[in-house]
Design a protein around this ligand. Structure first.
Ligand code: SR1
Ligand code: MG
Length: 422
C-alpha cells in the first residue's frame, strides 16, 4: 500500500486536534475538547513525523510514517506499512519485556499513525551520553530487555505455529530490511552514493575498502542477518531508540523489526556505547574531564552483557517451552549438565555474533549514510576524525576477529587500549 492508493494524509500541528478528536482512546487521555490541545513536532529521527500533543489533562505521542525517508527526502520513497510492523513489534515486546516499551493507545494502519504513551521526563539516551549523564539501572534494564525479547520471540519459547506466523508477518518488512542490508553491511565497503565521512579518515577508509578480510567478515554477518531467523529483533536498537530518566529506561521505535539472529540487537546496542565512549573527548569540558564517564560507559557495556547472559540463562532454565532444546531431551532425562552445556553453547554463539554485528554497526555509523550525533556534533574536525578512527579500529577488530575473544572483558580491554591517548 502506498500513499497514492489511500486517503493517507500527513499530519500537521494544525490538523492533529481535528483528526484525532474522534478517537476515543485518545480523548480518554487528552479530554473531549480538541481546542485545548496543543501539538508540537519533535521528530529528530531519520524517517518519521513525531508530535507531542498536550492538553490540560495529559499528553500523548503521535508518530506517523512519511511515504519517504525524512533524512533524504521524497527522492527515496519508503512504504507506510512500516508503522504496521512497529505496532506489531511493540505489542509483542510489551508482552515479552513488560513495562519496558511505551503503551499504545491507538493505531491507524491507513494513516500510518501510532498514538502512544508520552514518556516524561525521559530524554533520548544518545543526548544524555553527550552530556555526560549517568543513569541508574540502564544496564540492568537493557540486559533484561534484550534477553527477554530475544528468548521469548524465539523457538526456545514460542508456540511453533505462532512463531512461524510471526516469521511470515515480519518477513514483509522488506524495505526496512533492505535499508539495513545496504547501509549496514555493504555501503561502507565501497564508494556508495550516500556515503560520507570526515575527511581526516580518507587514508583509513581507503585501507578498509581494500581489506579483503574485513569485506568478507561484513558479508558473513550479512548472511547471518538475512538467513538466520532466530528471533524477532527490534532491528534498530541504538541509543537513539532508548529513552531514560535518572532511574528509568524505556525502548522505543522498533519499525525495523524482523526475524534475525539474536546477536544483532545486542551487537548494535553495544556498538553505540563503544562509539559514545570514543566520542567523549569531543564533548569534554576540559581535557580528561570525561575519563571517569568513559569508564562508566565501559561498565554499562560489561553489565548489559552479563545481565543479558544472566536473564537468558534464567529464561532457559524456567521458560524453555518451545521446539528447541526441549526439556524432554535434557532435564526430563535428569540431564541438567547437558542442558547447561547447551546453554553455554548458545550464549557463546550469541557472543560471537554480537561482536560481529557490533563491528559492522561501528563501521557503518562512521562511513555510511546515517552517522551518530555524538560524532557529528564534534566541531573540531581533527578531533572528530580521531574519535571516529578509534571506533573504526575497534569495529574492524571485533568484526574480523570475533571468534578469537574469550569474553566481553577482553573486548573491553581492547576498547580501552584503543582509546588511550596518543
Ligand atoms: C535511511 S534510514 C537510516 C538509518 O536510520 C535508522 O534509524 C536506521 O538506523 C537506518 O539504518
Ligand atoms: Mg528509529
Amino acid at each position: 500500500m502506498t500513499s497514492q492508493d489511500t486517503n493517507y494524509e500527513p499530519l500537521t500541528v494544525e490538523t492533529i486536534p481535528a483528526r484525532l478528536s474522534t478517537v476515543s482512546t485518545v480523548t480518554a487521555h487528552l479530554g473531549d475538547d480538541p481546542s485545548t490541545w496543543d501539538a508540537k513536532e519533535v521528530g529528530d529521527g531519520n524517517l518519521n513525523l513525531v508530535f507531542i500533543v498536550t492538553s490540560p489533562k495529559s499528553a500523548v505521542i503521535v508518530k506517523q510514517a512519511l511515504p519517504y525517508v525524512r533524512l533524504v527526502g521524497d527522492s527515496w520513497p519508503l512504504p507506510l506499512k512500516r508503522a504496521f510492523f512497529e505496532y506489531h513489534a511493540l505489542i509483542r515486546q510489551a508482552e515479552r519485556a513488560p513495562g519496558l516499551v511505551p503503551e499504545i493507545y491507538h493505531f491507524d494502519e491507513e494513516q500510518a499513525i501510532i498514538v502512544m504513551e508520552f514518556l516524561t521526563p525521559h530524554i533520548i539516551l544518545r543526548h544524555s551520553l553527550m552530556a555526560g549523564t549517568k543513569h541508574d539501572g540502564l544496564a540492568d534494564v537493557m540486559g533484561k530487555y534484550c534477553a527477554q525479547t530475544m528468548f521469548r520471540g524465539s523457538d526456545l519459547s514460542m508456540d511453533t505455529a505462532k512463531r512461524k506466523a510471526d516469521l511470515a508477518l515480519f518477513a514483509e518488512n522488506v524495505e526496512l530490511c533492505d535499508i539495513t542490508e545496504n547501509l549496514v553491511f555493504s555501503d561502507p565497503y565501497f564508494n556508495a552514493e550516500l556515503n560520507h565521512h570526515t575527511p581526516g579518515l580518507d587514508d583509513i577508509v581507503t585501507r578498509m575498502r581494500a581489506d579483503i578480510d574485513l569485506k568478507i567478515a561484513a558479508q558473513d554477518m550479512k548472511a547471518k542477518f538475512a538467513n538466520n531467523a532466530e528471533t524477532m529483533l527490534h532491528g534498530d536498537l541504538h541509543t537513539g531508540s532508548i529513552m531514560v530518566t535518572d532511574t528509568d529506561t524505556m525502548v522505543i521505535d522498533p519499525e525495523f523489526a524482523t526475524y534475525g539472529p539474536m546477536g544483532f540487537d545486542v551487537g548494535m546496542l553495544l556498538a553505540n556505547f563503544f562509539m559514545a565512549y570514543y566520542a567523549q573527548p569531543g564533548h569534554a569540558e576540559k581535557e580528561g574531564a570525561r575519563d571517569e564517564y568513559q569508564e562508566w560507559i565501559l561498565s554499562v557495556i560489561s553489565d548489559i552483557w552479563s545481565g543479558f547472559c544472566a536473564e537468558f540463562s534464567n529464561l532457559w532454565r524456567t521458560e524453555r517451552t518451545g521446539i528447541l532444546y526441549e526439556k524432554t531431551l535434557f532435564e526430563d532425562q535428569g540431564d541438567h549438565l547437558a542442558s547447561e552445556q547447551a546453554l553455554a553453547g548458545r550464549l557463546n554463539h550469541i557472543f560471537k555474533d554480537t561482536l560481529g554485528f557490533a563491528g559492522v554497526e561501528m563501521i557503518r555509523r562512521t562511513l555510511s549514510l546515517a552517522h551518530i550525533a555524538e560524532n557529528d556534533t564534534i566541531e573540531d574536525e581533527a578531533l572528530r576524525a580521531d574519535c571516529e578512527g578509534r571506533g573504526l579500529r575497534l569495529g574492524r577488530a571485533i568484526l574480523v576477529k570475533r571468534n578469537d575473544f574469550a569474553d566481553m572483558n577482553s573486548v573491553i580491554d581492547m576498547a580501552r587500549a584503543i582509546g588511550q591517548k596518543g
